[in-house]
Write a protein that binds this ligand. Structure first.
Ligand code: HEC
Length: 104
């Protein structure tokens, strides 16, 4: 019985792990990671900082999806994010949901 529970817990962890991995791959594929990292600011803000900033904001996912598509500046500093118009809406949504899930 104990083994069954452990097995279920382990596969749940594996599942969460691989979903996060897939999203990071999506971010890498779409060149997001050339300006962003998970926990440190590079050219753009750390994704963890983005998640913490918008924690509890029900509009955040929609606002950020639009910002990723159109680009823009002024929230984190003067450096602009260029538009990412070539990234599909579906991918943008998956990326933003993943970023917002990184809050502490
Ligand atoms: C050329 C560098 C660059 C690339 C490539 C880039 N970003 Fe950004 N990103 C930035 C900068 C700079 C900012 C800060 C903009 C600001 O201060 O308003 C930013 C901000 C953000 C924010 C926070 C926006 C806000 O208003 O708080 C999110 C979310 C984000 N980027 C996601 C992405 C995703 C997803 C991708 C890939 C599709 C991506 N970025 C690609 C530079 C980049």
């Amino acid at each position: 019985m104990k083994n069954v529970i452990l097995g279920v817990a382990a596969s749940a962890l594996l599942f969460v792990g691989s979903a996060a991995q897939a999203n990071q791959e999506l971010a890498t594929k779409n060149a997001c990671m050339s300006c962003h990292q998970l926990a440190v600011k590079v050219v753009g803000p750390a994704y963890k900082d983005v998640a913490n900033k918008y924690k509890g904001d029900p509009e955040a996912a929609a606002k950020l999806a639009e910002k990723v598509k159109a680009g823009g500046s002024g929230v984190w500093g003067p450096i602009p994010m260029p538009p990412n118009a070539n990234v599909s809406d579906e991918d943008v949504k998956a990326l933003v949901d993943w970023i917002l899930s990184l809050a502490d």
